[in-house]
Design a protein around this ligand. Sequence first.
Ligand code: FAD
Ligand code: NAI
Length: 466
Amino acid sequence: MEEFDVVVIGSGPGGYVAAIRAAQLGLKTACIEKDAPLGGTCLNVGCIPSKTLLHASEEYWKFRTKGQELGLLFQGISFDWSIMQKKRSSVISGFNQGIDWLFKKNKITRFLGTGSLVSPQEIAIRKGEETSTIRAKNIILATGSEPIPLPFLPFDEKIVLSSTGALALEHVPKTLIVIGAGVIGVELGSVYARLGSKVQFIEFLDRICPTMDEMVSREFEVILQTLGLQFALSSKVTGATIAEGNIQLDVEDQKSKEKRTYAAEAVLVCIGRRPFAKGLNLEKVGIAMTPKGQVAVDNLFRTSKPNIYAIGDLIDGPMLAHKASEEGVAVAEIIAGHQPVIDYVAIPNVIYTSPEVAAVGMTEAEAKNFNLKVKTGIFYFKANSRARCIGEEEGFVKIIAHADTDRLLGIHIVGCHASEMIASCAVAIHKKMTALELANLAFAHPTLSEAIKEAALAVHKRTIHS
Ligand code: FAD
Ligand code: NAI
């Protein structure tokens, strides 16, 4: 039976990165993936396809709505959904081949099949009727997550869509209902709204993207409404009827108890994701789980079996590709005897809408929950010269600092290119900078990033441009 130093189960951004790092460190490494293409959720049905469609639809929408303001006059502008879909597929397959190439370059053995633990050192690989078994000194579980369905509304990927189905629709629906105004909802809802769909959200809580800073979430909602997205907040779906290629939802307002119905060609259910451990046979080997259904790990990513590790969406923490990859690198280094440290506080998160939303560190409410005394600084992009030049004046930067020490606690951006700007903010949070230290840095002029400096100045009531 072939034996490896490290066997990774799952080839998402956690698993494939762990495999590459382990191989770089001289460990004999294999990766088992049940699906033919490598790359997991992120590459095949997540980050990459969604960002490809977000970009194409944003360009189309901006040409139509903002071109004239800049003196760009287009006639007969239209889009071809099938070409957008081809672009999505070609970006994915390019990276599938890229990971394949990286595996070969790093001499990682790849197994196609479902990995299942037989013992803490043995893994069965099932492909159709065939099963083979390999041995591993160390095993890294990186099997990711899956979308949560509503119990009375199972996914059929035609009318009742998960994000996977919503990325690959045959045509742009005239009407779309989105249940859950979280990250997937606002991203994919934006794609279809820009291309002409009437998009109605039904959100259980009283604000969209409820894990974001409340001020951000409120401003974001107003901005998205101008794109035509409609939000029914504090609303609960109580029933559903599918007939003649349409879906009708019964919805109850949680505050007024008023009952309403919404109908559409399709419904996207995106109410969160849950860890995916099906088929791993964890119970048999005695791997402990958390009450939330995640694999329980210690601070070295060890499960209750010390040679079996788990990372990414399968364990606690934000379900983000870059978090999974950082953990992949860290766990490979731990197995090789190194002592890596991940700064979870400085992990940014981004929503790739227009404008984008990005954050690192705590929200104001989180800081207050920790009994921290806070002071805040806010600077609006409408007072930023670059934002005015490029017609991207929506949004703001909000900085939360400790009231006594001035240490940066959280930075939140709603604005164009927030996804790029947040990187410098993550450095500032990681380096434990104060708001004054950030304010005292020179930012190139004219740039959108100057709003970060001004927001830091605002913490000290010293803004120049507002
Ligand atoms: P996954 O990427 O889920 O990979 C797990 C892999 O394990 C899969 O390939 C699966 O087939 C395989 N597998 C499972 N069980 C077995 C088994 N028993 N044997 C063999 N193989 C198995 N995050 C971001 O940071 N930025 C984004 O822009 C972003 N956009 C997203 C958009 C959408 C629509 C979705 C759904 C998610 C998005 N995410 C984004 C989240 C991101 O995709 C996940 O956080 C990330 O993929 C988790 O990585 P992972 O390696 O833990 O697991
Ligand atoms: P989410 O947790 O972001 O949002 C789910 C939303 O659904 C919440 O607003 C919640 O209040 C609401 N909800 C829950 N149950 C409901 C119900 N029964 N009826 C109505 N609303 C309900 O989850 P989402 O959007 O499914 O995304 C899953 C995860 O994928 C994200 O948390 C994120 O980690 C990852 N992701 C990251 C992206 C990025 O980094 N840009 C993009 C897409 C996904």
